[in-house]
Design a binder for this molecule. Structure first.
Ligand SMILES: Nc1ncnc2c1ncn2[C@@H]1O[C@H](COP(=O)(O)OP(=O)(O)OP(=O)(O)O)[C@@H](O)[C@H]1O
Length: 292
């Protein structure tokens, strides 16, 4: 069973289509990075997953449980989040903040110690969190999000306010928790190297559309065909419905039978190449890249 399934999700705010027919699956133990410009729809997607926004069409399942008001407790049990920084009681210690969460979930005290140990905050557990560094606060926030053993944790730009050392600590912690706790992560970020670090599942959201949904390792097996450079090929592709007229390029997953030699002329793209290609298109373009 997947930890998250989105089926044909569309969300409108007024006349604006904020999420446009999204289909997405996140598997168990996957680390999935969500990229996209400001305003692409990342926060709206998260709010929709949590049931805060009700989509006009489509359905969402968290660990097989449908996100709907009647299942609220059930689906919220499956998901944790760290959004816009850790929400801490700064006059309380790290331990006391986790104890607050424990009481909410009526959990065991041993879980507090287990988590403090996992996130490397045992030596500072009795320090008031107002004296924590930004990195320590984020690590505590992550421990709080994990308390109830969710199958999916959503992190909204988690390393934004951290220094390079804090970023590195936080990223390796996410990897460790993914292994030790077996939890999947959905992480929004503006940093391409963050997505590259996890080497897992990459999503790119543009103007509410999921235009890229691939494993990072599969990118090496793709080729970018710029239509301007190969107009004759682009014309042929039109017949195969691979693209629409206003698209600037096509992503290929295998040599084209009509142009077998072309494959060798094209380079394997990096994630950066793909991200830039997607965003350098004219804003009127309504492309939809192939997802394999
Ligand atoms: N309540 C709302 N009413 C009207 N428009 C909205 C509302 N919420 C979001 N939007 C619009 O939906 C689009 C997506 O916004 P959203 O905040 O989800 O983007 P984002 O990718 O999270 O951006 P950022 O990276 O800046 O956080 C934006 O154009 C925004 O203006």
């Amino acid at each position: 069973m997947n930890v998250l399934d989105l089926k044909s999700i569309s969300l409108f705010k007024g006349d604006k289509c904020v999420l446009n027919n999204l289909n997405l699956n996140i598997h168990k133990k996957e680390i999935c990075c969500l990229l996209g410009r400001n305003g692409a729809g990342k926060s709206s997607l998260f709010k929709t997953i949590f049931g805060i926004y009700k989509p006009q069409s489509g359905v969402i399942y968290l660990n097989g449980v449908e996100v709907s008001p009647k299942n609220r407790d059930q689906y919220l049990n499956k998901v944790g989040a760290l959004i816009e920084g850790a929400a801490l009681y700064e006059h309380l210690t790290g331990y006391e903040n986790l104890d607050f969460v424990r009481r909410y979930f009526t959990g065991e005290k041993s879980r507090i110690i287990e988590l403090l140990d996992l996130v490397g905050l045992m030596p500072d557990k009795d320090k008031k969190t107002k004296y924590y560094s930004s990195g320590m606060k984020q690590r505590l926030g992550l421990a709080m999000a994990l308390f109830h053993k969710p199958s999916l944790v959503i992190l909204d730009e988690p390393t934004n306010a951290l220094d390079p050392e804090g970023i590195s600590e936080f990223r390796s912690l996410v990897k460790r928790l993914n292994k030790v706790e077996g939890v999947s992560f959905l992480i929004s970020t503006h940093q391409l190297e963050e997505a590259g670090y996890y080497k897992d599942h990459i999503l790119i959201l543009k103007e509410g559309k999921l235009v890229f949904d691939n494993a990072l390792q599969d990118i090496q097996a793709l080729r970018i065909l710029p239509h301007q450079t190969y107009p004759h090929v682009a014309e042929e592709l039109q017949d195969q419905c691979y693209w629409r007229e206003d698209e600037a390029f096509t992503l290929l997953k295998a040599p084209l039978t009509e142009f077998p030699l072309l494959w060798d002329e094209l380079n394997a793209p990096s994630l950066e190449d793909i991200y830039l290609a997607i965003h350098q298109q004219k804003s009127h373009a309504t492309h939809e890249l192939l997802s394999y």
